[in-house]
Design a protein around this ligand. Structure first.
Ligand SMILES: [Zn+2]
Ligand SMILES: [Zn+2]
Length: 644
C-alpha cells in the first residue's frame, strides 16, 4: 500500500502502481472525466503514470493553468504530426505550450507555408484528434534516440545534450516525438483547433543559426471556447492602444523627432495631467513631498549608483560639454538624483521617513525592433517616488504604499489582480547585498503587509533583486491578459553606495532603508494599458469630456450655453456641439468619442428648463432637470473615484 496526500490534506491508501486517473476515479466519476493532467510531489506526471511511493498528488482539469499547459503541449504534438503528414520531409525542432496556446518551430525545407494553408492543417489536426489516440511515454537509449533522428540535425543537437538514461519519447497514433512528458490522456479531448499565425524564428533564438518557421496555434476542449477566444482576439485588435490613441487624438509619433519618443497631443496631455493630479493629491495626503530633478546627470552619478554598469554600454552614449569635456548621461533612473536630495541635509530618526516624489522623465535605449506604441518607448515619465526610512519604519511604510497602489487600481477599474512577493534564496547568500537580519525583517514586512491587506499573493523564492526583496502586482485586464503593474521594491544597495545616513536615538549614524515605488509604472505604459483595458471608456472622473451637449438646431444655442455654464459650475467637464448637423450624426460621433453622457436639447427641453439624457452605449434616462442630471453624474463620479 502507498499513501497519497491530496491538496485538501486528506490521505488515502492505494495499491502500489495506482495511477492519478485511478485516484480521480476513486474520488468521483465526474472528476475522472475532467482530469487531464497531474503532478506528483511537484513533478508533472502522466495521468497513467503508476505511482509507487507515498507522496502528494494534485489533479488538474482544463480550468487549471497546469491543465491548460498539458492540453496545449499535447496539441503541439498533434500539430507536429499534422505538419509532417501534410509536408513530408520537414524537420521538427521544438514545440512548447505558451501562455495562450502553443507553437512548433519547423524547418519546412522546400515547402513554404502561409495563411491559406492553415485550414488544411486544422482539418488534419482534428482528424488526428478524433482518432482518440493515447499519449504514451517510453524510455529510449541515447543511441536509439539518435538513430530515429539521424536526418534531423536539430533533434540530434537536443539529444546530444541529454544524458543517456534520461531520454524519453512520446508516442501517439503513428507519431513519435522527443519529449519529457506532461500530456492529457488522449487526443480526443482536443475538440477545437486554430492555427493562428506563422513567423520566422532562429534555431535556439540565435540569428547566426538557421531560420525556422514558427507555427502558432491554440486548441480547446469545446468549440464554444475557441469561438470566444477568437472574439477576444478581435476585441483586442479593436482596443489596440495605438489605434485608440489615434482615434481619440491622445498621442502621435514623428519620424523626425525620433522613434520611440511619443508626442502627447492636447487631449492626451490633459488626460496625463488628470492622472498626475489624481496621484499627486493622494501622495500629498500620504505625506509625500514633490521634488524636481534634471533630465541628465554626470556619468559619475551613475557609476556610483551602479546604473552605468547596468545601462551604460547598451544605452544612449554620454553627452560631452564642448569646452570642459564633462560627461553627462541621459537619466535612465530617478533614484540616484533622489539619493543626492536626501544627502543634501542631515537627518535624525525623528525626521524620517522622507518621501520624495517626482514625475521624472527617463531615457532608455531600446532597439528599434523592440519599440511598440506606448508600451516600449525610449523616453518615458515614471510616477516615481523614493521613501527613506529606518528599518523599524519599513513595515508601516510598505503597508502605506500598498494602500496607495490599491487606491490607484480601485479608481481606475483594475479589480482583478494578484501579488507576487519575491524573496531571496537563503541557500545562495553571496548573491545578495545587505545584512541578513535586515533582509529577514524586510521580507517579513512584505509578507505581513500582503497578508494584512488581504492580497491574493504567492511567494517566489530566489526572485528578489540582489539589492532587496519586492512586491509585484499582476493585473488582469478586461481581455484576461496579465500585466505587471505597481512594483514596490525594498533597497539596501543605493543607501550603501551613496553613503546615506541618519542619526539614531543612540546618537550614532545609521543607514536608512529605501523603497522605490511607481503605482502607474510609467505614464506612457499606463495610458496604453488603460486604453486596452477600458477600450477608451475611461472611468468617468478621468474622461476628458464627461458630457456632450447636442442641440437639435442652432435655435437652441443660447439654452445650450446656459446648460454648459450650469454644468461647469458643478465642475463637470462638458462641450456643446453647435454644428448644423442632424442629431443622428451628432449622436454617432459622440458615441465614437466615447463621451459618457449626451444631453439632447430641443424646444421642449428649453421650454421646461430640462435636458434629455442619453448614456454612452444608448441607455435613455429621459427628460430631467439640469440639477437632477448634475446629481446623477456626481454619484457616478463618486462611485469610480474613491477617496484616499
Ligand atoms: Zn510531449
Ligand atoms: Zn528608484
Amino acid at each position: 500500500m502507498i499513501h497519497i496526500t491530496l491538496p485538501d490534506g486528506s490521505v488515502k491508501s492505494f495499491d502500489k502502481g495506482v495511477t492519478p486517473m485511478d485516484v480521480a476515479k476513486s474520488i468521483s466519476e465526474g472528476l475522472a472525466r475532467n482530469v487531464i493532467s497531474a503532478s506528483f510531489n511537484d513533478i508533472k506526471v502522466e495521468t497513467v503514470t503508476p505511482l509507487t511511493t507515498d507522496g502528494a498528488l494534485v489533479l488538474y482539469t482544463w480550468r487549471d493553468d497546469e491543465g491548460k499547459t498539458a492540453f496545449w503541449h499535447s496539441s503541439a504534438h498533434v500539430l507536429a504530426q499534422a505538419i509532417e503528414e501534410l509536408y513530408p520531409g520537414v524537420k521538427l525542432t521544438i514545440g512548447p505550450a505558451i501562455d495562450n496556446g502553443f507553437y512548433y518551430d519547423v524547418d519546412f525545407g522546400e515547402h513554404t507555408i502561409s495563411e491559406k494553408d492553415f485550414k488544411a492543417i486544422e482539418n488534419k489536426m482534428l482528424e488526428i484528434a478524433r482518432g482518440k489516440h493515447d499519449f504514451k511515454m517510453r524510455s529510449v537509449s541515447k543511441a536509439e534516440a539518435l538513430a530515429l533522428y539521424k536526418d534531423n540535425e536539430f533533434k540530434t543537437e537536443l539529444i546530444e545534450n541529454l544524458e543517456d538514461g534520461t531520454i524519453t519519447f512520446c508516442d501517439h497514433s503513428t507519431f513519435t516525438d522527443l519529449c519529457r512528458g506532461g500530456h492529457i490522456p488522449n487526443t480526443s479531448i482536443i475538440k477545437a483547433v486554430k492555427v493562428l499565425s506563422v513567423a520566422g524564428a532562429y534555431w535556439r533564438g540565435d540569428e547566426n543559426k538557421p531560420q525556422l518557421t514558427r507555427v502558432y496555434g491554440i486548441s480547446f476542449p469545446k468549440q464554444k471556447e475557441l469561438t470566444e477566444y477568437l472574439q477576444l482576439l478581435e476585441e483586442a485588435k479593436k482596443r489596440d492602444h495605438r489605434k485608440l490613441g489615434k482615434e481619440l487624438e491622445l498621442f502621435t509619433f514623428s519620424q523626425k523627432v525620433g522613434q520611440g519618443l511619443p508626442l502627447w497631443l492636447p487631449k492626451g496631455a490633459a488626460l496625463r495631467e488628470r492622472l498626475e493630479n489624481f496621484l499627486k493629491a493622494a501622495q500629498k495626503k500620504a505625506g509625500y513631498e514633490m521634488v524636481v530633478t534634471p533630465h541628465i546627470g554626470q556619468k559619475e552619478l551613475y557609476v556610483t549608483s551602479g546604473h552605468y554598469a547596468k545601462y551604460g554600454e547598451d544605452s544612449f552614449q554620454p553627452i560631452h560639454t564642448p569646452k570642459e569635456d564633462e560627461e553627462f548621461l541621459l537619466k535612465p533612473m530617478n533614484c540616484p538624483h533622489h539619493c543626492e536630495i536626501y544627502k543634501s541635509s542631515q537627518w535624525s530618526y525623528k525626521d524620517l521617513p522622507k518621501r520624495f516624489a517626482e514625475f521624472g522623465t527617463v531615457y532608455r535605449y531600446e532597439q528599434s525592433g523592440e519599440l511598440h506604441g506606448l508600451t516600449r518607448v525610449r523616453g518615458f515619465t515614471q510616477d516615481d517616488a523614493h521613501l527613506f526610512c529606518t528599518p523599524e519604519q519599513l513595515d508601516k511604510e510598505f503597508k502605506n504604499v500598498i494602500d496607495l497602489v490599491l487606491y490607484v487600481f480601485g479608481s481606475l477599474g483594475f479589480e482583478n489582480f494578484t501579488a507576487q512577493v519575491s524573496i531571496r534564496d537563503p541557500k545562495d547568500p553571496d548573491k545578495y547585498i545587505g545584512d541578513v537580519s535586515n533582509w529577514e525583517k524586510a521580507e517579513q514586512a512584505i509578507i505581513n503587509a500582503a497578508k494584512d491587506k488581504g492580497l491574493d499573493y504567492v511567494i517566489e523564492t530566489g526572485e528578489a533583486a540582489f539589492y532587496g526583496p519586492k512586491l509585484d502586482f499582476m493585473v488582469k485586464d478586461a481581455l484576461g491578459r496579465r500585466w505587471q503593474l505597481g512594483t514596490i521594491q525594498v533597497d539596501y544597495n543605493l543607501p550603501e553606495r551613496f553613503d546615506l545616513s541618519y542619526k539614531g536615538s543612540d546618537n550614532e549614524l545609521h543607514r536608512p532603508v529605501m523603497i522605490h515605488r511607481a503605482p502607474f509604472g510609467s505614464m506612457e505604459r499606463f495610458v496604453a494599458l488603460l486604453l486596452e483595458h477600458t477600450g477608451g471608456n475611461f472611468p468617468i472622473w478621468l474622461m476628458p469630456i464627461q458630457v456632450k451637449i447636442l442641440s437639435l438646431s442652432e435655435k437652441y444655442e443660447k439654452y445650450s450655453e446656459k446648460v454648459l455654464n450650469l454644468l461647469e459650475n458643478h465642475e463637470i467637464r462638458a462641450l456643446v456641439d453647435h454644428r448644423n448637423e442632424t442629431i443622428g450624426k451628432k449622436i454617432r460621433e459622440a458615441e465614437m468619442e466615447k463621451h459618457p453622457y449626451m444631453l439632447i436639447i430641443g424646444e421642449q427641453e428649453e421650454n421646461e428648463n430640462k435636458v434629455t439624457v442619453r448614456k454612452h452605449g444608448g441607455e435613455d434616462l429621459g427628460m430631467i432637470s439640469i440639477e437632477d442630471f448634475a446629481k446623477i453624474i456626481k454619484v457616478d463620479i463618486d462611485k469610480t473615484l474613491k477617496t484616499f
